[in-house]
Write a protein that binds this ligand. Structure first.
Ligand code: 13P
Length: 252
C-alpha cells in the first residue's frame, strides 16, 4: 500500500513573513498527520525560517531546485549538500517551468537527479507533455523520453528515493486540471513503464503524484484513482485552508 503524499510547491511566491505564517497554519492543522506524507517547498531564502516552524512536526521540507555539483564556481546555484545542511529532505527536479521556461536539458536534469539521490535527498521528478504534444498524440512518447533520460540513470535502489510527478504543462496554473481519468491513464502507463525497466515490485512501491491545477475541490476525485498516489500543488498550496483540505482529502 503506497502512502499518499501531498507536496506544496510555493514557486516564487511568499515573503519571509507570509512563508512562516503559511507554514505555521499547516503545522497547526496537519503537523502530526501520520496517514499522509506532507511536504512544503518554499523559495530558497525561506528554507531556514520555514524549517524552524516545521521542527517537531511531521511536515517535511523540500527545495524547488538543486545543482548537480556539491560546490564550486556556479554563481547563483545551490548544491545538494547545502540543501541537506538547511534541513531539506526533498527537492523538486525537472519542473516544466525549468525545463521549458529556463531551457534545462534532459542531461542536466539527469545529473541533478543522480546527484540529489547520491547525496541522500529524495527527489520529486516532474514529467509532462504540452497541450500541443497531447493534441499530436505524443504524450507517451514525450513521457517515455523524459523517463528514459532521467530515471534510467538510477539503480532500482536509488529509485526508492524518487517520487514521480505527472504534471501536464497545459494543466499547470491554468485552472484546467487533467480529469481523474486522464491522470489515471498516464499514471498507470508510467507504472507499467517502470515495471518493464525496474521490475513490478519497484513499480508498485513508487509513488506517482499528479500536479496541475489541483485544488480543494478536485483533489479527492484525483486522489481516488488507483495510481494517483498524491498531488503536487502549486497555487492552492499558498492558501493554508486549501492546502489543508487537500491533505485531508488524501486521507481518503
Ligand atoms: P498549479 O497547482 O498552480 O497548477 O501548479 C502546479 C505545479 O506546477 C506544481 O509543481
Amino acid at each position: 500500500m503506497r502512502k499518499k503524499f501531498v507536496a506544496g510547491n510555493w514557486k516564487m511566491h511568499t515573503t519571509r513573513q507570509t512563508a512562516v505564517h503559511l507554514a505555521q497554519q499547516i503545522v497547526e492543522a496537519v503537523g502530526q498527520e501520520t496517514a499522509v506524507d506532507v511536504a512544503v517547498c518554499p523559495p530558497f531564502p525561506y528554507l531556514l525560517p520555514v524549517r524552524e516552524v516545521l521542527a517537531g512536526s511531521r511536515i517535511a521540507l523540500g527545495a524547488q531546485n538543486v545543482h548537480p555539483e556539491p560546490q564550486g564556481a556556479f554563481t547563483g546555484e545551490v548544491s545538494p549538500v547545502m540543501l541537506l545542511d538547511c534541513g531539506c529532505q526533498w527537492v523538486i527536479i525537472g519542473h516544466s517551468e525549468r525545463r521549458r521556461g529556463l531551457g534545462e536539458a534532459h542531461e542536466f536534469i539527469r545529473r541533478k537527479l543522480v546527484a540529489a539521490v547520491q547525496h541522500g535527498l529524495q527527489a520529486i521528478l516532474c514529467i509532462g507533455e504540452t497541450k500541443q504534444e497531447r493534441d499530436d498524440s505524443q504524450t507517451f512518447a514525450i513521457l517515455r523520453a523524459q523517463l528514459q533520460d532521467s530515471v534510467m540513470a538510477l539503480t532500482a535502489d536509488q529509485l526508492t528515493k524518487v517520487v514521480l510527478a505527472y504534471e501536464p504543462v497545459w494543466a499547470i496554473g491554468t485552472g484546467v486540471n487533467a480529469t481523474p481519468v486522464q491522470a489515471q491513464e498516464v499514471h498507470s502507463w508510467v507504472r507499467d513503464w517502470l515495471g518493464q525497466h525496474f521490475g513490478s515490485g519497484v513499480a508498485q512501491r513508487l509513488r506517482i503524484l499528479y500536479g496541475g491545477s489541483v485544488n480543494s475541490k478536485n483533489a479527492a476525485s484525483l486522489l481516488a484513482q488507483p495510481d494517483v498516489d498524491g498531488v503536487l500543488v502549486g497555487g492552492a498550496s499558498l492558501q493554508a485552508m486549501e492546502f489543508i483540505t487537500i491533505v485531508q482529502a488524501a486521507k481518503g
